[in-house]
Design a protein around this ligand. Structure first.
Ligand code: KG4
Ligand code: ZN
Length: 365
């Protein structure tokens, strides 16, 4: 045995069903042998958001097929795997359960070790899969469901420096698109409109910039956009193409400015620890936004901090990050878990206080 680990990863916590095979030979760059993602945007489009029951049913129907494709594309048979990693939380309970039950069945049937992975840890450890980044580093996770700054100290060690107290930025992009009649997912369509708009015409708020710390808020911004849209409609009976572009540009500029300022503060906390080679990594679908990405890049260049943005297909939800987190957990001595349970609420940093709006039943993430 040379310590090589080949893992199958499964992801089904939100609206992407995914399976992937990742191999790691110690001392070498990890290999993504396959990564299959089956999105559900079409299934939820008519409802303006992810419908948990529809998502769960689609995961249950598609997981087997995704797994088959992932194994086939990797040229691997089940018995050649060293283990199975599955997202066991946080996320929508039906989807997480579909993944966990499927993984348990395969692990029991094929006699494979099973490792449960926190979805956020999957995102947080991705820069190690793509760039071999060494601990500690600062991670900004910005997606449709999450927004937080994490100090990543080790495979099992995460410290949350701040996060959103209400909406995630991707959610705000999606709601903005909906309010302006643009297609989902909202991020890319709002960004495309913003490119042709003027960011200064509408003076949108910069929520929580007047308060110390790294927490963020995006729901007020969405309300401000709704008001601006409605006053245009009241004034002129509708909005023009240019109005829409300017609204998008103003909204995006506000999100980018808030994220940049809060990142500057999170970096200051991280840099106090004097890491030898400081690094900021981003993950999540919103990291695809060019305006946001370039403002973070500039910030890092000014602070002499290395900036890492994994390729988009590994920034958004995928199972390669879950397989990789399973390999990392296994290498760090985490025991296999045949009694694995789904944990819809599972904060990465259990010592951090729950953020307002994180749900009546406790902190989600
Ligand atoms: O990470 P992700 O695939 O899924 C989770 O939310 O977990 O992120 C999807 C989110 C959506 O809200 C989408 O609108 C947003 O990322 N997004 C963007 C862009 N591309 C995707 N937001 C802003 N600008 C983009 N270019
Ligand atoms: Zn995610």
């Amino acid at each position: 045995m040379d310590g090589t680990l080949t893992f199958l990863g499964l992801e089904s916590s939100c609206d992407d069903t995914a399976a992937a095979v990742v191999r790691h030979v110690p001392g070498q760059t990890p290999l993504i042998l396959s990564s299959v993602v089956s999105g559900q945007t079409d299934l939820h489009a008519a409802f303006g958001g992810v419908v948990p029951e529809i998502a769960a049913r689609a995961h249950a129907e598609r997981l087997d097929l995704c797994i088959e494709q992932a194994l086939q594309q990797a040229g691997i048979e089940l018995h050649e795997l060293d283990g199975l990693a599955v997202t066991s939380g946080p996320g929508l309970i039906g989807g997480v359960l579909s993944g966990v039950m499927t993984a348990k069945g395969i692990a029991a049937g094929a006699g494979l070790p099973l490792v449960g992975v926190n979805h956020l840890a999957g995102h947080a450890l991705t820069p190690r899969l793509t760039d071999g980044l060494a601990f500690p580093y600062l991670l900004l996770l910005v997606s449709g469901g999450h927004c937080q700054f994490l100090l990543v100290d080790g495979v099992e060690h995460f410290q949350r420096l701040g996060g959103t107290i209400d909406d995630a930025p991707g959610e705000a992009f999606d709601k903005t698109a909906k309010l302006l009649g643009l297609p989902q997912p909202g991020g890319p369509s709002v960004e495309a409109e913003a490119r042709q708009g003027g960011p200064k015409r509408f003076n949108f708020p910069r929520p929580l910039l007047d308060r110390p710390g790294c927490d963020l808020s995006f729901s007020g911004l969405k309300t401000a956009l709704l008001r601006a849209r409605d006053s245009l409609i009241a004034e002129k009976g509708g909005i023009t193409v240019q109005d829409r572009r300017d609204l998008c540009a103003g909204f995006q500029a506000a999100v980018a400015e808030v994220l940049a300022e809060k990142t500057r503060r999170a970096l200051a906390v991280y840099l106090e620890r004097r890491p030898a080679e400081p690094a900021l990594a981003v993950a999540g679908g919103v990291a695809a936004n060019e305006a946001i990405r370039s403002s973070l890049e500039q910030l890092c260049a000014a602070a002499q901090v290395r900036f890492f943005a994994p390729p988009l297909r590994l920034c958004t939800d995928n199972a390669a990050m879950i397989a990789w987190a399973g390999i990392e957990r296994t290498r760090s001595g985490h025991p296999q878990q045949s009694d694995l349970v789904a944990r819809p609420r599972w904060p990465l940093d259990q010592s951090a206080p729950a953020l307002i709006g994180s749900g009546k039943k406790g902190a989600k993430a």
